[in-house]
Design a protein around this ligand. Structure first.
Ligand code: UDP
Length: 240
């Protein structure tokens, strides 16, 4: 059997990925589907860290638009990512995958605090590490968290799992029939063309630290494995 292309990965899941059809809240059967796929690659010996978003519960910008102080609303968003992380942990462990949740904001009754060296040790021991709480700072996103943690733990790649889009397009494929899919891009392309991949802070951090990412469709069964085995699905973003 061929070897996985990537040995240590950061899987970025949006909050929406955990929500099922409604796009809101936490839907355990949907999480179960994702977890089965994570287990498949875990069984191949791939070291997996997960960064999960919180948009299925709360986004800081939504609160700010309704008159809340942005930083306060962002802290609520960070707490939303913790709920998602605990749901993922529960499903992974029910499937026999050992895990640790590490939070960037201390919550020691429910999770470890983020300690880089400890996270790496867990990965080496075959535990899936879920990074909760984003960066711990308002005005950032969980995409930026994925780029930051990937740099810190020397991940080979960030796997950007998207809902129902199979890569990066020149325009929104739902709205523009002439939209074409890119197979390869540079981080600079993403920034200069304003492509919807990650926010610009996350893109520049990935560029400066030379972290490749693969954007792919999470909703097609088996895709996490395909990406990890090096199949050319989705869009790869690398280099300057
Ligand atoms: N957030 C934050 N700092 C971080 C990461 C997240 O303030 O480092 C907040 C922010 O309000 C954001 C929310 O948490 O809107 C949920 O994260 P995100 O929008 O990245 O989730 P996703 O879109 O991936 O579901």
């Amino acid at each position: 059997m061929s070897e996985p292309k990537y040995k240590r990965v950061v899987l970025k899941l949006s909050g929406e990925a955990l929500a099922g059809n409604t796009g809101f809240g936490i839907n355990p059967p949907t999480i179960e589907e994702i977890v089965k796929e994570i287990k498949e690659v875990h069984d191949l010996g791939v070291q997996i860290a997960i960064v999960v978003g919180g948009g299925n519960i709360w986004r800081g910008t939504t609160g700010a638009e309704m008159g809340m102080e942005r930083a306060q609303a962002d802290y609520m968003g960070m707490l939303a990512t913790v709920m998602n992380s605990l749901a993922l942990q529960d499903a992974l462990e029910n499937n026999g995958v050992p895990t640790r949740v590490q939070t960037s904001i201390e919550m020691r009754q429910i999770a470890e605090q983020y300690i880089r060296r400890r996270a790496v040790r867990h990965l080496e021991k075959g535990r899936v590490v879920i990074f909760a709480g984003g960066t711990g700072n308002p005005y950032f996103s969980t995409d930026t968290t994925a780029a930051l943690r990937a740099a810190e733990i020397n991940a080979d790649v960030i796997l950007m799992a998207k809902n129902n889009v199979d890569g990066v397009y020149s325009a929104d494929p739902m709205k523009d029939l002439t939209a074409t899919k890119f197979t390869e891009l540079t981080h600079l392309d993403v920034i200069s063309k304003g492509l919807q991949v990650m926010d610009s802070t996350a893109s520049s951090l990935s560029m400066d630290n030379d972290i490749p990412l693969v954007v792919f469709n999470l909703n097609k069964h088996g895709n996490i494995r395909r990406v990890i085995m090096g199949e050319d699905i989705g869009t790869t973003v690398r280099g300057k």
